[in-house]
Structures are given as structure tokens and as C-alpha cells.
Design a protein around this ligand. Structure first.
Ligand code: XLS
Ligand code: NI
Ligand code: NI
Length: 440
């Protein structure tokens, strides 16, 4: 049975193609850094937005027309698995990601929920045998059910904490069973609403204990994938503990967890934290902790996680710049944590949206690669910091000076000359590279 009869396999047709159901820029076979574009970018489909999302918002009901909507309960879950593998194959994506709750219905009874997960995981495993698409990461949904209203591993209620542990324990077992390459922790409700009723120290200590137990259990059952923390400053909780990468690093180092984790960086979470996407990628990269990416974009006019498909070429270019400098994403990938708008309700929109996102990242990759090959920003930056490569600057960098010597040096200065940062010119150069990437 086919769930998406109207759409055939999506192929690369090149920039001149007018076929909406074809890649114009993403050619999986193109080379980047000695790897194919497909192997370098490691695109992933997010199960929740693509197959589970219904288009509801706080004011309105579901709008999505989906071929499996006639089913319910476990039948719906099973139909979604079949539809998802058809989608993966037609999109030709190498990876997908899911929360336990996306694939199997969660009930009020834990053992029943775990059984539901087992049934669906067995079905996914069967599909994986014949599919090229693999599991990039899985995670536990510990934010939808009412029991999580005060958090999971930071809940004031120890019973909830134990329940959360049971879910993550299962998640790690599923990760092993399906060969997942990573395991993600996004703490949607790990934070607080008001300090008037919160013991922040206990909550943070408990969160760290939770992570340590996860590491121990992963070791025990032989899960060798990468642990990832996905920072987000707020939403649904007012203040989330994993606010941004820098805050996450501070937390991990405080609790001796930093060797075990990298970050899964989401573009829209970066902007919610008041940073650019590339800022978060760079903070992770320079600390050796850039693990994976949730590729999406926000809306400057809206102050929440709109999870739009990424189409902003400046953003994809500057993100790919960081990713190429990082030498790729290792076991991570580019997961489209993105949803079609409520008004884009046709099943075909799911394909069109992924094509838009994949093409946008392919363009960004090509532009970033050329910028790096020509050393455009590298050379400019090297020149800007030139004063640290000789004389007093070199002494600073090599730790061979002190306040007294620096004072002596400063007293001897007659004139200080600064150099222009040339921001506007650099942006114009970026424009030139963007326009030329496919017009040569
Ligand atoms: C929500 C998050 C979530 C994580 C996985 O804002 O992006 O979807 O990626 O739990
Ligand atoms: Ni995300
Ligand atoms: Ni998000």
C-alpha cells in the first residue's frame, strides 16, 4: 500500500529544473571535503513534525490532511511507521529522529506504554532492514503528559523523577535495539516558572544525577552513541536550565559531565536565546562540543519557536561555515526539526518543505565551502588579530607577560592605531559569493 501516491522519488534535476518535486541544488553525489554531500550533511526527518504533527495551535484544531488519519490508537501508530518509511525512501534521506511518544501512544499506565513502544520498535526494526534510512537519534517526550507539569528530572516530585528515569532507560534500550547514533535530551520542562516555589540547587543537582545515571546505564547496556543536550532558553517553561550552549557547558563542567555530552543546536532556539544560529554553533565548535543540528528557522516577527523549514540562505551559509570548520558533524546530522505551516496541509507539502530545506542547506554548503577555500573571512580575521603574532601580542598569547610589563609597554606608546572592522564590505562579499555559487 502507498500512502503518498501523488509523489514519486525526489531526484536531483539541477538549478534549471522547474519541477517542484525535484532538488535544484542538493545533489547527494556532489563532493564536499572528500565526502559526498549526502554523507557530509546527514539530513534527517523529524518524526514528530512530519508524521505526528496535526497542525493544531493554541487557538485552532488540526488542519493536516494525512493518508493515515482514518486510523487511531496503535493502528494509527503502525500506519505512520509504514508511511514514514515510504516518505524516507522517496525523499532519499539517510536519517530520521523520534520521541518515544511520536511513534507509540503514551497511556497513563507505564507498563502498557512500554509495551506499545516495544511493538512499534519491532516494526521500525523490520523496516530498517530494507531501508537505507537509519536512526540519527531518539529521545523521550517528558513534556506532553500532565505528569510532567513541574518538570521531569527537575520535578519537585520524586515519583515523577523515577518515572522519567524509566522512560529514558527504555529510550536507551530502544537506541541500542535500533542502532541509534545519538541520544538527545531536550529539557522542555526542566526549568522553573517562579523562584518563589523553586529549590534551584536541588533541581540542578538532581538533573546532574539523572545524567550520570543515564551514562552508567548506557555503559551497562552497551549504548555507544553520542549523548546530546539540546539547549533552549524558554518555551514551554519560562526559564529553562539548558538556556544556551554556554550555560550548558557551565552546567556540564560543574557536574563532571562534559566529557560525555555534546550539543544538538537548534537554529530557532539560538534566536530565542538572543543569539544567532552561527553563534551557538561556534560556541559549541570552539569547545569541541558541536554534536548535531536541529535545522529550522524562526520568524523575527514572532517570539516563539515557530520551527519553520530553513530557507534563509545567509543563515544556512553561516551555519555550514561553522559545520565545515568543525570537520562535519561526526555522528550528528542536520535534522529538520521543522513543521509545515498550518495552511500547508497537503501531504505533498511535506515533500516540498523538505526539498526547500535540503536545497537551502546545499546552497549554504557550497557558498561556505568557497568562502573557506578562498580564505575570505579567515584571511580578514587573521589580519585583524595580527598584533598577537609578534611583539607584545605574542608575549600575551604565550603567557610571557604580566601587568607590570604591560603597564611599562603601554606607558611607552605614543599613538594607538586601530583598524576598521569592514563589516559592510564583508557582507557585500558574502552577497557576491551567494550570487555566484550557482552562476558560474
Ligand atoms: C522543541 C525541541 C524538541 C527537541 C526534541 O522545541 O526542539 O523538538 O528537538 O525533544
Ligand atoms: Ni529541536
Ligand atoms: Ni525547538
Amino acid at each position: 500500500m502507498s500512502y503518498f501516491q501523488n509523489v514519486g522519488p525526489i531526484k536531483y534535476e539541477g538549478p534549471k529544473s522547474n519541477n517542484p518535486f525535484a532538488f535544484k541544488y542538493y545533489n547527494p553525489e556532489d563532493q564536499i571535503n572528500g565526502q559526498s554531500m549526502e554523507d557530509f550533511l546527514r539530513f534527517a526527518v523529524s518524526y514528530w513534525h512530519t508524521f505526528t504533527g496535526e497542525g493544531t495551535d493554541p487557538f485552532g484544531q488540526s488542519t493536516m490532511v494525512r493518508p493515515y488519519n482514518t486510523f487511531s490508537g496503535m493502528d494509527l501508530a503502525k500506519a505512520r511507521v509504514e508511511a514514514s518509511f515510504e516518505f524516507f525512501q522517496k525523499m532519499d534521506v539517510p536519517y530520521f529522529c523520534f520521541h518515544d511518544f511520536d511513534v507509540a501512544p503514551e497511556t497513563d499506565n507505564l507498563s502498557e506504554t512500554l509495551k506499545n513502544i516495544d511493538v512499534i520498535v519491532a516494526q521500525i526494526k523490520e523496516n530498517l532492514k530494507t531501508s537505507k534510512t537509519k536512526l540519527l537519534w531518539n529521545t523521550a517526550n517528558m513534556f506532553s503528559h500532565p505528569r510532567w507539569l513541574n518538570g521531569a528530572a527537575t520535578s519537585p516530585n520524586a515519583d515523577v523523577y523515577a518515572y522519567a528515569a524509566a522512560k529514558v532507560k527504555k529510550g536507551l534500550e530502544v537506541a541500542v535495539e535500533l542502532g541509534s547514533e545519538n541520544y538527545v535530551f531536550w529539557g522542555g520542562r526542566e526549568g522553573y516558572e517562579t523562584l518563589l516555589n523553586t529549590d534551584m540547587k536541588l533541581e540542578l543537582d538532581n538533573l546532574a544525577r539523572f545524567f550520570h545515571m543515564a551514562i552508567d546505564y548506557a555503559k551497562e547496556i552497551g549504548f555507544t552513541g553520542q549523548f546530546l543536550i539540546e539547549p533552549k532558553p524558554k518555551e514551554p517553561t519560562k526559564h529553562q536550565y539548558d538556556f544556551d550552549v554556554a550555560t550548558g557547558i557551565g552546567f556540564l563542567k560543574t557536574y563532571g559531565l562534559d566529557k560525555h555530552f555534546k550539543f544538538n543546536i537548534e537554529a530557532n532556539h539560538a534566536t530565542l536565546a538572543g543569539h544567532t544560529f552561527e553563534h551557538e554553533l561556534q560556541v559549541a565548535r570552539i569547545n569541541g562540543m558541536l554534536g548535531s543540528v536541529d535545522a529550522n528557522q524562526g520568524d523575527t516577527l514572532l517570539g516563539w519557536d515557530t520551527d519553520e523549514f530553513p530557507t534563509d540562505l545567509y543563515s544556512t551559509t553561516l551555519a555550514m561555515y561553522e559545520i565545515i570548520k568543525n570537520g562535519g558533524l561526526g555522528s550528528g546530522g542536520l535534522n529538520f526539526d521543522a513543521k509545515v505551516r498550518r495552511g500547508s496541509f497537503d501531504p505533498e507539502d511535506l515533500f516540498l518543505a523538505h526539498i526547500a530545506g535540503m536545497d537551502s542547506f546545499a546552497i549554504g554548503t557550497k557558498v561556505a565551502q568557497r568562502l573557506l577555500e578562498d580564505g575570505v573571512l579567515e584571511n580578514f580575521i587573521a589580519d585583524r588579530y595580527e598584533s598577537y603574532r609578534s611583539g607584545i601580542g605574542l608575549e600575551i598569547v604565550e603567557g610571557k607577560t604580566d601587568f607590570k610589563k604591560l603597564e611599562q609597554y603601554a606607558l611607552g606608546l605614543t599613538e594607538i592605531k586601530n583598524k576598521s572592522g569592514r563589516q559592510e564590505n564583508l557582507k557585500a562579499i558574502l552577497n557576491k559569493y551567494l550570487l555566484e555559487a550557482y552562476n558560474q
